[in-house]
Design a protein around this ligand. Structure first.
Ligand code: HEM
Length: 155
């Protein structure tokens, strides 16, 4: 179960990297398209007919952020209940809370662009929390193993 917990936490951390890459790909492609004389307007976005390089970055960001990462965060919390390590549940809950905030901000950016400042910063907080959750479970295992071996030596 510890391995599963750690693996899910790493998946979330990897997901954040995919999110940064996909949105940079999308916005970079859009910027290039505009510089070449292309026009991006409400009609083009709603038609879903845009074909510029990088346009795939937007649906990837929406799917990984709106589905993959939240499902993984939920799974992390469920698995945390079967992991007998102190702090596993609170850290899974922190990760899930950061994901919930991130999604809320993501869907509100278009209405309130200033929220993008928090969306970007919160992504880094989520990355750190997921990496910490993944590492502390392994570190805890090493400590327990060390304690056991020193007990064996002492007896
Ligand atoms: C790593 C840095 C990140 C940056 C720079 C970033 C940036 C953005 C931007 C600019 C948008 C608006 C896109 C648009 O209106 O088309 C957006 C939307 C969104 N983001 Fe992120 N994001 C990041 C990470 C994340 C993460 C980690 C998650 C999920 C946990 C996430 C979930 C979302 C969602 C659900 C949307 C709404 C997508 C939609 O409307 O279809 N983002 N993000």
């Amino acid at each position: 179960m510890r391995r599963t917990y750690s693996a899910i936490a790493w998946i979330i951390a990897g997901g954040v990297v995919v999110q940064a890459a996909s949105i940079a790909f999308g916005l970079g492609g859009m910027s290039h398209f505009i510089q070449e004389g292309g026009v991006v307007d409400k009609a083009l976005i709603e038609s879903r007919q845009a074909t510029f390089t990088g346009v795939l970055g937007f649906p990837i960001h929406g799917m990984v952020g709106g589905m993959v990462i939240p499902l993984a965060a939920l799974a992390l919390l469920i698995v945390a209940f079967f992991v007998k390590v102190r702090g596993a549940r609170p850290w899974a809950a922190i990760v899930l809370a950061l994901v919930a905030l991130q999604i809320t901000l993501g869907y509100s950016i278009a209405d309130m662009p200033y929220l993008g400042l928090i969306h970007g910063a919160n992504a880094l907080a989520l990355l750190l929390a997921a990496v910490y959750a993944a590492l502390r479970i392994r570190r805890r295992k090493t400590i327990v193993a060390r304690e056991l071996s020193s007990d064996v030596i002492a007896t």
